[in-house]
Design a protein around this ligand. Structure first.
Ligand code: NAI
Length: 715
C-alpha cells in the first residue's frame, strides 16, 4: 500500500486491528492494440465459507491500489482497470461484527466517508473502470460495481442484494444515489426497500442483469475471458453501452415522486413507522432525483452515521446473530448422536395443522407418512389436500414429475391405528382437548414399539399430562408448529420432566431435517410465543373492556413494532382460538392474565373489525364495540395511550422475567429468537427483551435489565 492512511480514518484503522483483510491483488492483462488492462482481484485468502468482507483495512488497501493505478494511467501504462472476486464470491459487504462495534457517531461517520472515498476512486482513474461480478455480491459488494463505469455479471451469480434496510441501516457507500440513477427509481425501490423487507430476498444473476445493474451477462464457463474481451471492446470504442433502464427526463419529472409516494404508503401499511431505516433510504432515493453525486454521497454519510450509532442497528445486529448463530446451536440440546432414525412417520388428525406438517414431513424426510382421522371421509379429505399441494409444487416447477409421483406414493391414509406399527415418529394434531389427546396416544401405544417417539402439536395443554396415561411417557415430546407451517420457521420443542435425551435429540434432529429452527422450552402454559402474545392480547382486551378505545390500544402498542396490532392478530388466529388461549393463561396465572368474557361473545359474533369489499380494514365494527361496552364493569377507567403503553411494557417485562426465572427457556436470547421466528417480530427491534431494556420497563418491573449491558446505540 503506497497511500498513507489519511488522518481522518486513523481511528477506524486502529479499531480493525484483527480484521480479516480482503486483499487487492493486481495483475496486468494484455488487450488489443498493445494496451493493458489492470485486473484487481479481491481475495481474503480463505475458502468459500469465509467470503470476502470489506473492513477499514481492506478499504484502505483498495484505495492505495487504485491510487497506484491512477498514476500508471496518467503515464499511459494502463488503458483501463477491472475488479473481480475470488471463486464464487465477489464480496459480502461490510463485516457486520465489526460495524456493530463502532463506538460513537463520529466513527460511524468515518466508516461511511471511508467507503465513499475508497470506492469513489473507481470513477476518478482517468481511464474506464469495470467490475466483473463473478459471484455473491451483497451490500458494499454491490456498491463497488455501482461506483465503477461499467459492469459485467456471471449468469450463475446466486445472490446479489442491498440488504442494509433489513439490518437497520442504508446503502451508504454510494448505493442509495447511484442505483436509482442507473436503473430507474422503481427498480431501485425494489432492490433497496422491497426485497430487504420480503425476508431479505436476493437477486440471481439474470434478475440483476434484467434490472440493469450490469451492462452485460456472460455464462460461467468463460466469464473472465468474455468480460475482458467485452471491456477491451468498450475501451477501444468498438462496443457502445446502452442502458435501457437509465432514468430520462420524463421519469425524473413525472414518475419519480409518484413512485416514492406509493412506496411510502406501502411501507406505512406493511410495517408501520417504527423502523427508521426504510424511511431514511426512501428520503435518499427521493433526493437522488435531482441532487448531484457529491450532495447525494454526503447525505448518505449522515444517514449511515445516524443509523449505525442508533438503537435499531444494534438491535438488528443482535437479532442477526441470534438467527445466524444461536438458532443453529440451540441451547440445551442433547448430543445429536442420541437421535433415533426416523424412517416412517404417523400423523394423527388430518385437519388444518396436521395436513400441513404431513406434507412437510414427506417432502423433507422423503419417508412414508401415514395419516389418520376420525373417519374415512376426513382421512380422504386430508390426503387429497396433500396430493393437490404436491401437484401445485410440480406446477410451479419446484419439484420434478418423478418426485411428485414418489411423494404422493409415500402418503397413505388409514382409519386403522395398527398401520402405525412400524412408525418411529408419531405426531398428533387433534382437537385441543386433554382427554382426547391422552386416549389417542394410549390407543396408538398398543401398536408401536416402546422407542417410537410420540410428539404433540398442542399449543396450550400440558405435554406431561398428555403423556400421563402412557406406559412409556418418557418418549413424549412437544413439537409445536406455527401456522402457516410452510412459512413459519420456528418449532417450540417441549421437554417434560420425563422426556429422555434420546427423545429430545430425535425431536431436535427432526426439526433440523424439516429445515426449521427449534427452541427447547419447559412444559409451561403457552410455552414462549403464545405466552408473550397472550399477555399482549389479554391486556388489549382488558383495556377496551375498561373503556379505552380500540384506536388508543393500537396507538399504545405501536412503538413495539409488532407486525400487526392486537385486534388484527386476534382475527388472524381466530377469535375462538384467541379466547381459548386467554382462558388457558388465566387458568394458569389468574393474577396476571385476564379472562375476557367479551372476547368469547365476540367469537360468537364472528369478528371485531369492519372491512370493505376488498377485505381492507375500515375500523371497528360498531356491533363489536357494543359487545365490548356491554361487558364494562362498574368503576372502569379508560387509559391514555401513554399510560397504557407503560402498562403493556411493564407487564411484558414482568412476565418474561418470570419465564426466565422459571427456566422456560435457557436465556432472554431464546425468547427473542422465538418472537422473531414465531411471531414475525421485526429485526430492527431485535426481539422484545432489548426493547424492554431500552424503554426502562425492565428496570421498572424487576429493577434490572435482561441484557448486561443493555443493547442500545451510542447516540
Ligand atoms: P382442526 O380442527 O383443523 O383439526 C383437528 C383434526 O383432528 C380434525 O380433522 C378432527 O377430525 C381430528 N380428530 C379429532 N379427534 C381425533 C381422534 N381421536 N383421532 C384422529 N383424529 C381426530 O384443528 P387444528 O387447528 O389443526 O389444531 C390441531 C392441534 O394443533 C390443536 O392441538 C391445536 O392447539 C394445535 N395448533 C393449532 C394451531 C393453529 O393455528 N390452528 C397452531 C399450532 C398448534
Amino acid at each position: 500500500m503506497t497511500t498513507a492512511t489519511p488522518d481522518r480514518f486513523a481511528k477506524l484503522a486502529e479499531l480493525s486491528a484483527d480484521e480479516v483483510v480482503t486483499h487487492s491483488f493486481v495483475r496486468d492483462v494484455p488487450i488489443s492494440g498493445g494496451k493493458t488492462l489492470a485486473l484487481v482481484t479481491l481475495d481474503n485468502g480463505m475458502d468459500h465459507t469465509r467470503p470476502n468482507t470489506l473492513g477499514p483495512q481492506t478499504l484502505l488497501e483498495f484505495a492505495g491500489v487504485l491510487d497506484e493505478q491512477k498514476e500508471r494511467a496518467s503515464r499511459g501504462e494502463i488503458a483501463g482497470l477491472a475488479v473481480t472476486g475470488k471463486p464464487f464470491i465477489f464480496a459480502a459487504g461490510a463485516d457486520l461484527s465489526k460495524v456493530g462495534e463502532i463506538p460513537d457517531r463520529e466513527t460511524g461517520l468515518q466508516m461511511a466517508q471511508l467507503g465513499h472515498w475508497a470506492l469513489g476512486k473507481l470513477s476518478e482513474l482517468g481511464v474506464p473502470s469495470f467490475v466483473f461480478i463473478n459471484g455473491l455480491a451483497l451490500g458494499g459488494g454491490v456498491e463497488i460495481p455501482l461506483n465503477a463505469h461499467y459492469r459485467t455479471i456471471d449468469s450463475s451469480v446466486p445472490a446479489l442484494a442491498l440488504p442494509e434496510v433489513f439490518l437497520g441501516i442504508i446503502p451508504g457507500w454510494g448505493g442509495a444515489w447511484l442505483l436509482p440513477n442507473l436503473i430507474g427509481i422503481e427498480n431501485a425501490l425494489k432492490v433497496v426497500i422491497e426485497n430487504p423487507l420480503k425476508n431479505n430476498r436476493m437477486l440471481k444473476g439474470p434478475e440483476a442483469f434484467e434490472l440493469g445493474i450490469a451492462d452485460v451477462m456472460f455464462e460461467p464457463a468463460n466469464f473472465l475471458e468474455d468480460s475482458i474481451r467485452w471491456a477491451d471492446g468498450v475501451i477501444s470504442g468498438r462496443i457502445k453501452v446502452k442502458r435501457k433502464n437509465e432514468p430520462g427526463k420524463i421519469e425524473r419529472v413525472a414518475k419519480w415522486d409518484i413512485a416514492i409516494g406509493i412506496a411510502e404508503k406501502m411501507l406505512a401499511s406493511r410495517i408501520g413507522r417504527v423502523a427508521k431505516s426504510p424511511y431514511r433510504a426512501l428520503d435518499l432515493l427521493k433526493a437522488a432525483k435531482s441532487s448531484d453525486k457529491k450532495t447525494g454521497f454526503a447525505a448518505e454519510d449522515e444517514a449511515l452515521a445516524d443509523l449505525i450509532s442508533g438503537d435499531q442497528f444494534r438491535a438488528s445486529i443482535y437479532a442477526f446473530n441470534l438467527v445466524q448463530k444461536r438458532a443453529k446451536r440451540p441451547a440445551g440440546a442433547p448430543d445429536k448422536a442420541l437421535a433415533q432414525k426416523v424412517t416412517k412417520v404417523g400423523v394423527i388428525g388430518a385437519g388444518l395443522m396436521a395436513r400441513q406438517f404431513a406434507l412437510l414431513f414427506v417432502r423433507r424426510l422423503q419417508v412414508p407418512v401415514v395419516i389418520t382421522d376420525l373417519d374415512q371421509s376426513r382421512v380422504d379429505d386430508g390426503v387429497a389436500w396433500i396430493h393437490r399441494e404436491i401437484d401445485e409444487l410440480l406446477g410451479k416447477g419446484r419439484i420434478s414429475r418423478d418426485e411428485s409421483n414418489r411423494l404422493k406414493a409415500l402418503v397413505t391414509g388409514t382409519t386403522d391405528k395398527a398401520d402405525f406399527a412400524s412408525c418411529d415418529w408419531v405426531i398428533e394434531a387433534i382437537f385441543e382437548e386433554l382427554e382426547a389427546k391422552q386416549s389417542v396416544f394410549a390407543d396408538v401405544e398398543k401398536f408401536i414399539s416402546p422407542e417410537t417417539i410420540l410428539a404433540t402439536n398442542t399449543s396450550s395443554l400440558s405435554v406431561e399430562q398428555i403423556g400421563a396415561k402412557l406406559e412409556h411417557p418418557e418418549r413424549v415430546v412437544g413439537f409445536h408448529f406455527f401456522n402457516p407451517v410452510a412459512v413459519m420457521p420456528l418449532i417450540e420443542v417441549v421437554r417434560t420432566p420425563h422426556t429422555t435425551d434420546a427423545a429430545l435429540a430425535t425431536a431436535m434432529e427432526t426439526a433440523k431435517n424439516l429445515r426449521k429452527n427449534a427452541v427447547i422450552t419447559r412444559d409451561t402454559p403457552g410455552f414462549v410465543v403464545n405466552r408473550v402474545l397472550a399477555k399482549v392480547l389479554g391486556e388489549a382486551m382488558h383495556a377496551v373492556e375498561q373503556g379505552t378505545s380500540f384506536d388508543t390500544v393500537v396507538e399504545a402498542v405501536r412503538p413495539f413494532g409488532l407486525p400487526m396490532d392486537p385486534f388484527v392478530l386476534l382475527e388472524l388466529v381466530g377469535l375462538k382460538v384467541g379466547a381459548h388461549v386467554l382462558d388457558t393463561h388465566h387458568a394458569a396465572f389468574p393474577d396476571r392474565f385476564f379472562e375476557s368474557k367479551a372476547l368469547h361473545e365476540l367469537a360468537e359474533f364472528g369478528h371485531i373489525l369492519e372491512k370493505d369489499g376488498k377485505g381492507k380494514v375500515k375500523g371497528i365494527d360498531p356491533k363489536a364495540q357494543a359487545i365490548v361496552d356491554k361487558h364494562r364493569p362498574a368503576g372502569a377507567t379508560a387509559l391514555s395511550a401513554d399510560a397504557l403503553r407503560i402498562r403493556f411494557e411493564d407487564g411484558l417485562a414482568d412476565e418474561i422475567h418470570r419465564m426466565l426465572e422459571d427456566q422456560v427457556v435457557a436465556a432472554a436470547e431464546d425468547i427473542d429468537l422465538c418472537m422473531i421466528l414465531g411471531a414475525g417480530y421485526p429485526f430492527q427491534m431485535g426481539g422484545v427483551t432489548p426493547y424492554l431494556d431500552r424503554v426502562g420497563a425492565s428496570e421498572r418491573a424487576f429493577g434490572d435489565t435482561f441484557h448486561h449491558p443493555p443493547i442500545r446505540g451510542v447516540e
